[in-house]
Design a protein around this ligand. Structure first.
Ligand SMILES: Nc1nc2c(ncn2[C@@H]2O[C@H](COP(=O)(O)OP(=O)(O)OP(=O)(O)O)[C@@H](O)[C@H]2O)c(=O)[nH]1
Length: 391
C-alpha cells in the first residue's frame, strides 16, 4: 500500500507542466541550462513583448493627462504632464530603437528599461502628489497613481521568464514600493500600505505562475520545432542556426570550432532488403549511440536522410579526431543482418583549415566525407588524405 508521502508527492507531481519532460523541468528554474537556440528565441520574444508593452504605454500614459488637467490645480498638473510626456518619449524611444538581437542580455536590458520608466514616473509623481493638499475628488484620482506598481507586477506575466528571473524582477518592484513607503513615512496610512504590499506579493505569485507556464509551453514548442521527429536530434534548420551562433561566438573569441559530416554507409540496402521500418530503427539506434559518446556542448544534427552533422565548439582538429574516433569505436549499431553499421566522416576545423565562414567550413567537411566514401568508406578524412579504415 503506498505511503501518505508517496500519495502526496504523486499528487504534487501532477501539478508540474505536463508538456515538459522530466529532464526539462530544471529549465524553469534558471536560464543557465537553456540551449543556445532556446535562449535566442526567448530573447527575441522578450524584446518583441517589451516593444508591445512600450507601444501600449506610449499611448495610455499621455492620455491620462487629460484627467489630471480636469482634477488637479496649477502647478501640480503641468508637473505631472511633464512627467507623463517624458515617460511617453522614453517608451517611444524604446519602441523605435530597440530591436531583437537574439541576445539574452539585450533582452534583460530591454525589460529593465521598460520597468525603469514607469517606476521613476511612479516615484516622481508620488513625491509631487504628496506635496499638495488634495480635495476629495482629486485625492480619489491621486489614489489611482498608487495602482501603477500592480500594473507593472501583472505585466511580468507576458514574458516567458524563469523562476530566478521572476524573483529578481518582482523583488525590484517590491523594493520600489518599500522606497515609496519610506519617502512618505510621516504621513503613511499603515494599514492600507501593508494591505497594498501584501496584494502586490500575491500578484507577484500569480504572475510568476503565468510567466513559468508560458516558458514551459515555449520550451516544448521550441523542442518540437528544432528536433527531427524520427531521431530526436536537431533538425537541419535548427542545425544551421546552431552552427551560425557557434561560428560567430568562435570568431569573436578566436576559438576553435570543428564540424564533422557523417554519412552512414550502404544504407539503401537496409531499406531495400528489410523494409523502411528496419531502416528507421537503425537510424534511431545509430543516433542514440552517437549521442552517448558526444560531449554535452556538442550538437548532433540530422542533415538529411542518413547524413548527420556534428558541431563541436571549442574543439581543435586533434580533439575533434579523438571525439569522432570515440564516437564510432563501439560501432554505430547494427544492420538488421547483424553486420555493424559504419559511417564515412569528413572533418573540418575553423582555425586549422583557415576558412572564411560557416558555409565554407561545412562544405569542406562535406567534400572530405565524399573523399572518405571514395577511398572505401568506414573512415575519417581530416585533410586531403583519409585516415585509414574504421574511422
Ligand atoms: N528508413 C529510412 N530510410 C531513409 C530515411 N531517409 C533516407 N533514407 C534512405 O537512405 C538511403 C540513402 O541512400 P544513398 O544516398 O544511396 O546512400 P547509401 O545507400 O548509404 O550509400 P553510400 O552513402 O554511398 O554508402 C535511401 O534509400 C533513403 O531512402 C529515413 O528517414 N528512414
Amino acid at each position: 500500500m503506498p505511503s501518505l508521502l508517496d500519495v502526496v508527492s504523486s499528487r504534487l507531481a501532477t501539478l508540474l507542466p505536463s508538456e515538459l519532460r522530466s529532464h526539462e523541468l530544471t529549465k524553469l528554474l534558471a536560464p543557465h541550462q537553456h540551449s543556445l537556440l532556446l535562449s535566442q528565441r526567448r530573447a527575441t520574444l522578450i524584446v518583441t513583448r517589451v516593444r508591445m508593452f512600450a507601444f501600449l504605454f506610449a499611448i495610455l500614459t499621455p492620455l491620462w493627462g487629460l484627467i489630471d488637467l480636469m482634477v488637479f490645480t496649477y502647478p501640480l498638473w503641468p508637473g505631472l504632464a511633464a512627467c507623463r510626456l517624458m515617460a511617453c518619449g522614453a517608451f517611444v524611444c524604446l519602441l523605435l530603437f530597440y530591436r531583437p538581437s537574439g541576445n539574452l542580455f539585450d533582452a534583460y536590458r530591454a525589460i529593465a528599461i521598460l520597468f525603469a520608466i514607469p517606476t521613476v514616473f511612479y516615484v516622481a509623481s508620488h513625491i509631487m502628489l504628496g506635496g499638495h493638499q488634495l480635495t476629495q475628488f482629486s485625492a480619489a484620482v491621486a489614489t489611482g497613481y498608487a495602482f501603477l506598481p500592480f500594473v507593472l507586477m501583472a505585466g511580468l506575466a507576458i514574458f516567458p521568464l524563469t523562476l530566478l528571473e521572476n524573483l529578481v524582477l518582482a523583488s525590484v518592484l517590491l523594493l520600489a514600493q518599500v522606497a515609496v513607503g519610506y519617502l512618505s513615512w510621516s504621513t503613511l496610512n499603515w494599514p492600507s500600505y501593508v494591505g497594498a504590499f501584501w496584494l502586490l506579493v500575491l500578484i507577484a505569485g500569480v504572475t510568476a505562475l503565468a510567466s513559468l507556464s508560458q516558458l514551459a509551453f515555449m520550451i516544448a514548442l521550441v523542442r518540437q520545432a528544432i528536433r527531427d521527429p524520427l531521431t530526436g536530434v536537431f533538425s537541419r534548420g535548427s542545425g544551421e542556426d546552431i552552427l551560425q551562433l557557434h561560428w560567430h561566438a568562435a570568431r569573436r573569441s578566436d576559438q576553435a570550432l570543428a564540424v564533422a559530416f557523417v554519412d552512414l554507409d550502404h544504407f539503401k540496402p537496409i531499406n531495400d532488403m528489410f523494409g523502411h521500418e528496419a531502416g528507421d530503427q537503425a537510424l534511431r539506434d545509430c543516433t542514440r549511440k552517437m549521442l552517448e559518446k558526444l560531449r554535452g556542448s556538442d550538437s548532433l544534427v540530422r542533415w538529411g536522410g542518413e547524413e548527420f552533422v556534428v558541431i563541436m565548439p571549442d574543439t581543435d582538429i586533434e580533439q575533434a579526431q579523438i571525439a569522432m574516433r570515440r564516437m564510432v569505436e563501439d560501432g554505430l549499431g547494427f544492420r538488421p543482418d547483424g553486420q555493424p553499421l559504419t559511417a564515412s566522416i569528413g572533418l573540418a576545423e575553423r582555425c586549422f583549415d583557415c576558412v572564411e565562414d560557416q558555409r565554407q567550413l561545412l562544405e569542406l567537411a562535406d567534400q572530405r566525407m565524399y573523399l572518405a566514401k571514395s577511398e572505401g568508406r568506414n573512415r575519417l578524412c581530416t585533410a586531403d588524405a583519409p585516415l585509414g579504415a574504421s574511422a
